[in-house]
Design a protein around this ligand. Structure first.
Ligand SMILES: *Cc1c(COP(=O)(O)O)cnc(C)c1O
Length: 566
């Protein structure tokens, strides 16, 4: 079992399978897709994450769209193998025992990338400590810092307990795991027989660490008051020796810790690189644009079509460019099969009475203000008029709000209110408990994927890439990956001033809604209903031009050549 591991990939969340609730959203899905492509590529890599025994949460929505949350109790031992390795992590004056479970990700040629899920629910730990690997993004700052010590410090120690002493690279997917830097410094200090940790140790650790930042949103960057950090990490010697040099504004900032200890730092799209440069002055920030795992996200129908027309697409995503030679009828019929599955699911779960022949828009993302879930409803009357004049529309939504995000929760209620108001004219469904399975159904089954974030907040976004693999065009604000993926009228459409599509164009919400409406009204809906061949051309282009590029096969090969082993 002890196959060699040369890259350890740390992530607070990893989307292993839809029903394993160890992810909350895009970050975890990306981590899962990354490791799936690492397994395909035969890389000697391992993933490290928390067990999240209670998951993130199960979303319930009442008739008014009021969200409530329930813990997810999932049968851990049905999915994971217990492994015989333990580690101790010191939190305050306590010794917390950490054990691990293993999940194997198998690549297309059976190469395995193991994922270790850390678990403190171990006899001998206090009840509180047993709960530390329970809830993803739950609890208060103290709970979070303890979790992050388990992930970073405990993660390294579990790897050592498993015999992985020759790891060459440590990849921090977001800053949550950056306390691992202290553990690497402690190991080095001990190895060299030094009595105190100094900046020379961090210089050496830096030769091994990679950091990927994922969000320009401040809440996405964990920081803790120095007093709290000193309390929790009081037994962590490198922290005590070195803390003063790391503090910013009398806080321990895990993003800054990751930045200061990594030789390669990247954002997740070209625009995000620019945004991150401004946020983190003094660091060299690179960019590797995100992708999705093509096989995972292609619908069953699309997989079958690709198997027939592009037999090696799964091992060689670049060959998706040959989708250019797939004929219109095949593209359309395949999409209809994926659409039928979605419509059946929607009608069964929400009784929405949706119709296979009606143009269907999809919007699924975390319900939070910057994602602007309701931009499409800026002028409800205008939308109603468009649907009655240009051709009928139906719209499918999904997405959770973080339990503490009252504004996000209000957005869901707002969609429910509009859903009632528009019901005679435009059918709307809000699918509860968005997960990877619903994500796959939606991105493959709708006719148009919509994304309306407030620039520059969307670091990348990946759901539109899933849509692209499935031949579903996007209509989106020019932010994140869509700046790179949008070729107007070829792969989809931009919600921007078409006259001057520069990277810095920001329009303000009302004129963005105006562009959104006018493109639907004048270009997209008429093309869908009256110039179907032109619409199918765009569907084909999304596969050939974007599906062949915005995948994690391309992404992981860029990490290998630019970051891991440059
Ligand atoms: C793909 C996916 C996401 C991320 O999509 P974005 O476009 O980045 O919002 C989030 N949640 C689930 C369940 C997904 O499948």
């Amino acid at each position: 079992m002890n196959n060699e591991i040369s890259i350890a990939y740390f992530s607070m969340e990893i989307g292993l399978e839809s029903t394993i609730p160890t992810y909350s959203g895009g970050l975890g899905v990306l981590a899962g897709d990354t490791l799936r492509s690492a397994a395909d590529a035969g890389l000697s890599m391992a993933g490290i994450t928390l067990l999240s025994r209670k998951g993130y949460f199960r979303q319930r929505l009442d008739a008014q769209g009021q969200q409530s949350e329930e813990p997810v109790n999932w049968p851990v031992d049905n999915y994971l193998l217990p492994i015989d390795a333990h580690a101790i992590v010191e939190l305050e004056d306590r010794q917390v025992t950490v054990r691990a479970w293993r999940y194997d990700i198998k690549g297309h040629s059976d190469h395995i990338v193991p994922v270790y899920l850390l678990d403190t629910d171990v006899e001998g730990n206090s009840n509180y400590d047993r709960s530390l690997t329970g809830q993803l993004y739950g609890g208060d700052a103290y709970y979070r810092l303890c979790q992050e010590a388990i992930l970073g410090i405990g993660g390294i120690r579990i790897l050592r307990a498993l015999g992985h002493t020759d790891i060459e690279r440590y990849h921090m997917n977001e800053g949550h795991s950056s306390l691992l830097v202290f553990e690497l410094m402690a190991e080095l200090t001990q190895k060299l027989g030094d009595s105190k940790t100094t900046s020379e140790h961090i210089d050496q650790v830096r030769r091994e660490c990679i950091f990927t930042t994922h969000t320009p949103v401040a809440a996405g960057h964990d920081h803790f008051p120095a007093s709290l950090a000193h309390r929790v990490l009081k037994q962590c010697k490198p922290f005590r020796d070195y803390a003063e040099e790391l503090y910013c504004d009398n806080e321990l900032n895990l993003t800054h810790l990751a930045l200061s200890a990594s030789y390669y730092i990247n954002g997740v799209a070209k625009k995000h690189q620019e945004t991150s440069k401004k946020m983190f002055e003094g660091y060299q920030i690179n960019s590797i644009t995100n992708g999705v795992h093509a096989y995972t996200w292609a619908s069953d129908a699309m997989r079958a079509l690709f198997n027939k027309k592009i037999p090696d697409w799964r091992e060689d995503n670049l060959s998706l460019r040959y989708a250019m030679s797939i004929n219109n009828d095949d593209i359309w019929q395949t999409h209809q099969r994926a659409k039928r599955r979605l419509i059946e699911y929607v009608n069964k779960t929400s009784n929405a009475g949706m119709d296979q022949s009606v143009m269907t828009l999809g919007f699924a993302r975390r319900a939070t203000p910057y994602k602007r879930t309701t931009l499409l409803f800026t002028d409800v009357d205008r939308l109603r008029t468009i649907a009655s004049h240009c051709g009928p529309l139906q719209i499918i939504f999904a997405g959770k709000a973080h339990p503490d995000d009252t504004q996000g929760k209000r957005l869901i209620r707002e969609i429910f209110r509009i859903k009632e108001a528009l019901n005679q004219d435009i059918r709307i469904a809000y699918l509860p408990d968005y997960d990877m399975e619903i994500g796959r159904l939606m991105t493959s089954g709708v006719d148009l994927w919509l994304n309306t974030p407030l620039p520059p907040m969307e670091a990348s976004g990946t759901s539109g890439m899933k849509a692209a693999i499935n031949g579903v065009p996007s209509l989106s604000v020019l932010d994140g990956w869509w700046i790179e993926g949008c070729i107007e009228g070829i792969t989809g459409w931009a919600i921007s001033d078409t006259e001057q599509q520069t990277l810095d164009t920001t329009l303000g919400a009302s004129s963005e809604a105006d562009v959104l409406y006018s493109k639907l009204e004048n270009i997209i809906i008429p093309m869908y209903y009256h110039n179907r061949d032109a619409y199918i051309d765009i569907m084909r282009n999304t596969i050939a031009i974007n599906g062949s590029f915005f995948n994690t096969e391309r992404m992981i090969s860029q990490y290998v050549s630019k970051a891991y082993f440059r």
